[in-house]
Ligand binder design. Structure first.
Ligand SMILES: C[S@@+](CC[C@H](N)C(=O)[O-])C[C@H]1O[C@@H](n2cnc3c(N)ncnc32)[C@H](O)[C@@H]1O
Length: 261
């Protein structure tokens, strides 16, 4: 068993007060973080163990936690609709995303799904992602560098409808408004038996996509929606929360097959 390294100068730290009040900061000497609960000296974080407590100038207790990739991602700059962990997790499980794989993705958007996939395929795998709009590609590039995953990603700034120039991919990820238009490009990029996962906010997208997948050399087509219900856990009164996210996206999965000779 090796001991966990202590917080170093410039490390990212999740300053945690409550589920809604938490912030990602850098441990930096002579810098202060201002909250409505007073100030925290960020230099005091250096040398602490992750999980230690720190005090604000008003005596409030905050916890210095190690940010997970999801913490880093949910605090990143967003210009497009991004994915929820329930959907990210199911995409990973259903496609079998794992180390060493080649992944193709259209479109990159803010790069949230890109970062999630890059983290799973590294260090020997790679994500080739395509984004038609340069301003979104720039945001994604910044987000990927900030979470330290840029080296596992190649970002093509162009429309992917005409083809993407990658072959032999294990997994294709699709999150665009007209996913059926990308079936030929992603079909050509995937290897035989490769998995496609599409994120579709609306039902009409699923319908058109599933028609195209059937006609485009894919089998094992499955469409799902995952519902996540939070619990309010209190001694003797535990029950589901009154409100829930009713809808995030539908997920469509399919496997590429090879044309018979
Ligand atoms: C909903 S966003 C993707 C969000 C992304 N999954 C994330 O986690 O941040 C869809 C993106 O696809 C891009 N896009 C749509 N059609 C495209 C195409 N044919 N080629 C490349 N990018 C495309 C859009 O510009 C947009 O940025």
């Amino acid at each position: 068993v090796t001991s966990d390294p202590l917080i170093q100068e410039n490390d990212s730290v999740l300053l945690y007060l409550s589920p809604r009040k938490n912030w990602i900061v850098r441990a930096r000497a002579s810098q202060e973080f201002h909250t409505h609960l007073g100030r925290v000296q960020l230099g005091n974080l250096v040398g602490l163990a992750y999980g230690a407590q720190v005090h604000s100038t008003t005596g409030e207790v905050l916890w210095a936690l190690r940010p997970s990739l999801y913490d880093l991602i949910r605090k990143s700059e967003r210009r497009t609709q991004v994915l929820y962990p329930k959907d990210l997790g199911f995409v990973a499980a259903r496609t079998g995303l794992g180390p060493g794989q080649i992944v193709v993705e259209v479109g990159t958007g803010s790069g949230v799904l890109t970062a999630f996939a890059a983290n799973l395929v590294r260090p020997t795998g790679h994500v080739y992602t395509f984004e038609a709009r340069p301003e979104f590609a720039e945001v994604a590039r910044r987000n990927l560098e900030r979470v330290g995953l840029g080296e596992y990603v190649t970002l093509g700034v162009r429309d992917a409808i005409g083809g993407i120039g990658v072959t032999g991919a294990d997994v294709a990820l699709l999150d665009v408004g007209a996913p059926w238009e990308l079936v030929p490009s992603l079909g050509a990029a995937l290897k035989g038996s490769g998995m496609l996962a599409a994120i579709c906010p609306t039902m009409n997208q699923i319908e058109r996509l599933v028609e195209s997948l059937g006609a485009g050399g894919f089998v094992d087509v499955e469409s799902v929606e995952l519902l996540l219900r939070s619990m309010e856990a209190r001694t003797g009164m535990t029950r589901p929360s009154t409100r829930m996210h009713a809808h995030t996206a539908y997920l469509v999965f399919a496997r590429k097959v090879l044309a018979s000779a």
